[in-house]
Ligand binder design. Structure first.
Ligand SMILES: Nc1ncnc2c1ncn2[C@@H]1O[C@H](COP(=O)(O)OP(=O)(O)OP(=O)(O)O)[C@@H](O)[C@H]1O
Length: 261
């Protein structure tokens, strides 16, 4: 079986990080360590550990109820962990929630924008709402351009946008904020193939800029194409972690289906 013991590999990579010539390296942009979450009797997440270094993309796959959204919500501090730790850019979500949130951006399945405002006005609003809204209108227009929304689209009311265009505004909010880590929960659901391709191209661009990306998705083939690492979750556990380049897409599908048995 091509999957690895994720607990051991996280320990190994941490060891390398700490020992590198004795110098302290930057912490991973996203880190989960033995993260667990119970809802009453239900164990939604059970000792999940992984790291996403800067410039890397980790896709989390898994059936409905596997714990993907719970993982994302714990990392964003939207839920409190029952045990274990979650950190963004080295800031523990439990002890430095403000710092962690400052370094993180979140694009959910369906982004809530103000439909009567244009894409640019929405971006201006959310950019200021972060409390770090230093960019002016022309810079924000440039940010929208970089995520694939031209000037004409930027000035249109978002009530007239497709889902893909709304999602791009979410990416623009993350970029304008200078986020170190981008967390996405099924951002591709409902996007047509062209829109999904465009969205993934922007995510690649984010990674190339050094941003860490964690994406929960059901789109196995696109995850394989986009991500550096693939995590497969089942019953609240990370049951496999694979380097995407080490496994062909059809083999990944076979491993996924084996894990779902
Ligand atoms: N607020 C909650 N209260 C009780 N149970 C919850 C809550 N949120 C999630 N769960 C349960 O935790 C488990 C994990 O759910 P989660 O939403 O993380 O799965 P998922 O992998 O994201 O699924 P999907 O692919 O359907 O989005 C499920 O059994 C779910 O019913």
């Amino acid at each position: 079986m091509a999957h690895v013991d994720s607990t051991r590999s996280e320990k190994d990579s941490r060891g390398k990080r700490e020992k590198n010539g004795g110098a302290e390296l930057t912490p991973p942009a996203i880190a989960a360590e033995r993260l667990s979450k119970r809802f009453g009797e239900l164990v939604a997440l059970d000792g999940v550990s992984f790291e996403v270094p800067r410039g890397q993309i980790l896709a989390l796959l898994g059936a409905n109820g596997a714990g993907k959204s719970t993982t994302v919500h714990l990392l964003l501090g939207l839920l409190a962990a029952s045990s274990g730790s979650a950190a963004i850019d080295g800031r523990d979500v439990r002890t430095d929630l403000e710092g962690a949130r400052r370094a993180a951006a979140y694009v959910p399945d369906r982004l809530s924008l103000y439909p009567h405002l244009s894409g640019l006005e929405n971006l201006e609003y959310f950019h200021r709402a972060t409390g770090h809204g230093a960019l002016g209108t022309s810079e924000l227009l440039d940010v929208l351009q970089r995520v694939g929304l031209g000037a004409a689209e930027a000035h249109r009311r978002t009530g007239t946008y497709s889902k893909g265009m709304c999602q791009k505004v979410g990416l623009a909010i993350a970029l304008a904020k200078g986020a170190r880590a981008l967390l996405l929960d099924e951002p591709l659901s409902g996007l047509d193939p062209k829109a999904a391709n465009e969205f993934c191209a922007v995510l690649r661009d984010f990674a190339a800029k050094g941003i860490a990306v964690l994406m929960a998705t059901h789109d196995l083939f696109r995850a394989h194409d986009l991500a550096h690492d693939i995590g497969i979750m089942r019953g609240g556990r990370l049951v496999s972690k694979l380097r995407a380049r080490d496994v062909a897409a059809d083999r990944l599908e076979a491993i996924y289906l084996e894990q779902m048995q």
